[in-house]
Ligand binder design. Structure first.
Ligand code: ATP
Length: 269
């Protein structure tokens, strides 16, 4: 998909948060994204058309690992029930994804999904899931979520390297909280308000630059010509420009980078 097609598709996924679409065919494909900041479930039909989506802010994972199992279970059950009520049918199976480097925690992620009543049909890493949307052959997909910056390098459509480091949106919020002398939750609200992105930019820029340094460690300018961003933190206005300048590689992102990974997970169910 080119960026225009990605944006059109992601707009439909975003709309499915409030509007339930009639699925084509009988099979529903479900993607469960257990994140550090949000838990998201995306439902697609068998032709990958967005059907419905639900999300909830959560702090039941740390650095990509489930630290509050009962809390995670409750949220996933609630989201599943909400979606089933919207769709009028039971959701049977789902795919899940892990940040790279947390493979030893796959079981816990799986237990959460299974405890909520899903059969797990596929386990992916997050940037690879995101590439189901971008569909790049060569380049790097960088997924910056709440807790981590993860990246997957693709050559000829195949993943050649996966990395993940613990810097994400939580760190951005902590910096805002410190600078504005407000609570973490207030800082989150400021950060997620697009109208305030220009104002907070000088405060958050050093954290974005830290993310750029992480990316720079793993990408080779001679091999990579484009960085594709996704993950909720990439909603920050001007993020791609800071990374492009610091790393020296063209950097692009979908209009709504937040739902790219969850939608990509669902495509692989
Ligand atoms: P991880 O992948 O690290 O486990 P996650 O899956 O929860 O975390 P995402 O759901 O991709 O990560 O992104 C969550 C992050 O995106 C949070 O830090 C949240 O504050 C941030 N975020 C969401 N919306 C916005 C916005 N409009 N502007 C800036 N940041 C945003």
């Amino acid at each position: 998909m080119d960026l225009e097609q990605v944006n059109a598709y992601m707009a439909m996924v975003e709309k499915s948060e409030t509007t339930t679409n009639k699925p084509i065919g009988n099979k529903l494909k479900v993607g469960l994204d257990l994140g550090t900041a949000y838990i998201v479930i995306v439902v697609l039909d068998e032709e990958n058309n967005p059907v419905a989506c639900e999300k909830q802010a959560a702090s039941v994972l740390r650095d990509g690992v489930v630290v509050d199992y009962p809390g995670a279970l409750t949220i996933v059950r609630n989201l599943k029930e909400k979606l089933e009520a919207r769709l009028g049918c039971e959701l049977i199976s789902c795919a899940i994804a892990m940040p790279a480097g947390t493979e030893s925690s796959i079981r816990t992620h799986q237990y959460v999904a299974e405890g909520a009543g899903f059969e797990v049909t596929n386990v992916l890493d997050e940037p690879t899931a995101a590439n189901s949307i971008y569909q790049i052959q060569d380049g790097v997909v960088v997924d910056i979520g709440g807790g981590t910056t993860g990246l997957a390098i693709f050559q000829n459509g195949k993943v050649t390297r996966i990395e993940d480091e613990a810097t994400g949106g939580t760190h951005v919020s902590l910096v805002i909280a410190g600078n504005y002398h407000v609570s973490f939750n207030e800082a989150e609200a400021i950060k997620q308000d697009y109208k305030r992105h220009k104002e907070i930019f000088p405060v958050v820029k050093p954290v974005i630059e830290k993310m750029a340094v992480i990316i720079n460690q793993y990408v080779n300018k001679d091999e990579i010509d484009t960085i594709y961003l996704c993950g909720g933190t990439c909603c920050l206005t001007g993020m791609e420009e800071v990374i492009e300048k610091k790393v020296g590689i063209r950097t692009v992102k979908a209009d709504n980078p937040f739902l790219v990974t969850p939608a990509g997970i669902a495509m692989n169910c």
